[in-house]
Design a binder for this molecule. Structure first.
Ligand code: PEP
Ligand code: MG
Length: 543
């Protein structure tokens, strides 16, 4: 038995086999071939297999996310039949006498550069598609592993760390837990684990490596330990612990339908964070009274092109309808920093967390922003939607957003498309600048929601992704708590409400302090809703 130690980000236990994430950094080798006809045959076979895979993906998407979202897989199938694309590949094989993988890779580079150089935004968007489709062919040709989305059994996912575009591809039903070489408590793998309510340990180091792929293991999220090839005694005691954890979860279920109220009668709203319409099931199962943060960028991360207004409208409408009149706070696109999307073609930056992200992209690329706002205003007719804007640092930004909102509403009115006029708007308080001017910002919006993940990163000047800084990272740092208090006082002074939607909101050792600050709402991972409710119901603010 080997024991690895790291830092736990969700307290639970899982037992199963490790599946080590294989990242596809397909380095394509160029080599000469004698038999070019055989290479062309390989190409045709790979193309047929690619079409079959895409058809299966189309059917799965049709069932899960509807026709509009599934259409992309149809487009990809058509691309594989495109005459220019196929001729280019065959031509490179014959004239240069080289292997198919190289011909596919070169054609992908040439075509995507050609699309990118076009003036038309739609054609530019095709650049990512041609790369995606070619990547699929190369995987087939090289028999590369498909990353995580072809999981057959329930497994413990191991990796160096996963980026959001990788986690969105997960077949989540098959994941028992996460174990990461690196990662930080605020990384998106950690957030995902908490929202799924499964154990996750980060910072396990290089002892966790590919040689452990397929090995039997226990993940102890209470102690931050991974037992590889556990002995009988450990297995027995961990199974017992796992059973106790399950019993505690069942006990928490008794808090369903109970009010979020302290012993002295102070009420608070406990909401849940989601990244996708399919997370709503978990929200309802855990009895959250609303959604305090819908990270809409996950709709963009899942797509290989900008999600259309219709796609977004359907996603927002579905969530609003399923929440049946309960509040649903949708945050506009927060792309950038660790959430990179290929088709945005963002430049590589020295300091991406301090870079071109979130509202800065929306205010620069107004068309993308307007499409999202149109979808939101339209969907708001079907439920209780509020809109929230990320990474605000200035009052001028809010004023500009309001102008754009007016413009969008005017357009919808002219087009006679039904939409909701008066919609509650709020901003994320996640930069020290927004805290310091929260008195002025409070006059312009209906609510604040504190994003403690970024607020801590920017206040302490500690990269939230950098595990090496863990010993300096104090989630309870006075500076952060004072910032939250200042924003709360300023919100209340202007009659506005304030919530916390960052991970700190679920830290039950701070619940009392937050309530004493007058925090009105805590939005936490669905799996933490009942834990926080339990804590709230134990607190007596009169003492
Ligand atoms: C935050 O910064 O606390 C937050 C909720 O947003 P995200 O984690 O998506 O950056
Ligand atoms: Mg944030």
């Amino acid at each position: 038995m080997i024991v690895l130690e790291g830092k736990s980000v969700f307290n639970d236990i899982c037992i199963g086999n490790i599946s080590f994430y294989k990242r596809n950094e397909s380095i394509i080798k160029r080599y000469k071939v004698e038999d070019t006809k055989a290479e062309i045959n390989r190409f045709h076979e790979a193309k047929e297999e690619g079409k079959k895979q895409l058809q299966a993906l189309y059917e799965k998407a049709l069932e899960n996310v509807g026709e509009a979202n599934a259409a992309i897989f149809e487009i990809h199938q058509m691309m594989l039949e495109d005459l220019d694309y196929c001729e280019s590949i065959e031509n490179i094989i014959t004239t240069q006498g080289v292997n198919t993988e190289y011909a596919v890779g070169t054609t992908a580079d040439n075509f995507s550069a050609m699309f990118m150089a076009m003036d038309d935004a739609y054609m530019q968007g095709r650049a990512a598609d041609v790369k995606d489709v070619s990547e699929r062919l190369i995987k087939i040709l090289t028999n590369a592993q498909e990353g995580l989305n072809t999981l057959v059994d329930d497994v413990i996912i191991a990796a160096d760390d996963l980026v959001p575009s990788e986690t969105v591809q997960l077949d989540k039903d098959k994941v028992l837990g996460f174990i990461m070489q690196q990662g930080s408590a605020n990384s998106h793998t950690a957030i995902l684990a908490r929202s799924m309510g499964i154990p996750a340990i980060i910072g396990l180091g290089n002892e966790l490596n590919e040689s452990l792929d397929g090995t039997f293991a226990i993940v102890d999220g209470f102690e931050g330990k991974v037992y590889i090839d556990p002995d009988e005694a450990t297995l027995t005691s961990m199974k017992k612990r796992q059973k106790e954890a399950l019993e505690r979860k069942e006990l928490l279920q008794q808090l369903k339908d109970k009010e979020d109220i302290t012993l002295d009668g102070t009420k608070i709203n406990i909401y849940a964070n989601i990244g996708n319409p399919s997370d709503v099931g978990n929200v309802l199962k855990n009895d959250a009274n609303g959604i305090g943060l819908f990270r809409s960028e996950f709709l963009y991360l899942e797509n290989s092109d900008f999600p259309t207004e219709e796609q977004q409208f359907i996603a927002y409408k579905t969530v609003a309808e399923n929440m049946a009149g309960k509040k649903v706070i949708i945050r506009t696109l927060d792309i950038g920093a660790d959430k990179q999307v290929d088709y945005f073609n963002l430049d590589k930056e020295e300091n991406p967390a301090l870079g071109y992200r979130a509202i800065r992209i929306c205010l620069t690329k107004k068309e993308i922003f307007k499409t999202q706002l149109r979808a939101l205003f339209r969907a708001a007719v079907f439920g209780n939607i509020s809109i929230m804007f990320p990474m605000i640092i200035a009052v001028e930004e809010v004023l500009e957003i309001k102008e754009i909102m007016k413009e969008v509403q005017e357009e919808l009115r002219e087009e006679k498309i039904p939409f909701k006029e008066n919609i509650e708007i709020g901003i994320m308080i996640e930069t020290p600048a927004s805290v310091m001017i929260s008195d002025e910002l409070a006059k312009e919006v209906d609510f604040f929601s504190v994003g403690t993940n970024d607020l801590t990163q920017y206040t302490l000047a500690i990269d939230r992704q950098n595990q090496k800084l863990d010993r300096f990272y104090n989630a309870h740092h006075k500076a952060v708590l004072r910032m939250i208090k200042l924003a709360a006082d300023n919100a209340h002074a202007h009659g506005k409400w304030i919530g916390i939607c960052g991970e700190l909101g679920a830290d039950t050792s701070l619940t009392e302090e937050f309530l004493r600050m007058g925090i009105d709402e805590l939005s936490v991972s669905p799996s933490m809703v009942l834990e926080v409710r339990k804590r709230v119901r134990e607190i007596d603010l009169s003492k």
